[in-house]
Design a protein around this ligand. Structure first.
Ligand SMILES: [Zn+2]
Length: 164
């Protein structure tokens, strides 16, 4: 599976790559040199909407892709280019905040996150995912529906793109 380094302007793209399970470097305040360095040393594909940065990547033998357009267009372009399936399986997702790996906690393992979420949330949900790195806790709350709906939308757009 490809890993990526995403420029600071493409936070939404980074989010969707992480949710679909891709190791994705993204920091909102990283500068171009730093990003190039990380892409190079960690063999990540550099995704950017900055033509200059893309040119620098190509000149440095870093695999890169110049992406342009709305969030939807960018997500579709990247998913088509790298053969990414628009489904989110939380057992494979990376932490949306820090890119860390997630551990699934169910049944008695839930105990581990008891103090990290509201009591109602703890009682209501069966499964939780804990980030190994930043200790963020995820569960399939109200936003989960938005995630599924967005991936369905992307799937339709990808099909339209490939039919052209
Ligand atoms: Zn994390």
């Amino acid at each position: 599976m490809s890993s990526f380094a995403v420029d600071a302007m493409l936070g939404k793209l980074a989010l969707w790559l992480r949710l679909t399970g891709h190791d994705t470097f993204y920091e909102a305040d990283v500068d171009d040199d730093e990003l190039l360095k990380i892409a190079n040393s960690e063999k990540r594909i550099l995704l950017t909407s900055d033509a200059n940065l893309h040119r620098h990547a190509v000149e440095s033998d870093i695999r890169g892709m110049l992406v342009r357009g709305s969030v939807d267009e960018v997500v579709v372009d990247v998913f088509v280019e790298f053969g990414i399936t628009p489904t989110v399986d939380p057992t494979k997702s990376r932490c949306s905040k820090c890119n860390g790996e997630l551990i699934q906690l169910a049944g008695t393992e839930k105990e581990r996150i008891r103090d990290l979420v509201h009591k109602k949330t703890y009682d209501y949900y069966e499964k939780f995912w804990l980030c190994k790195d930043c200790q963020s806790v995820f569960f399939q709350g109200g936003y989960w529906r938005n995630i599924l709906e967005y991936m369905e939308k992307i799937e339709v757009l990808m099909r339209e793109r490939m039919d052209k």
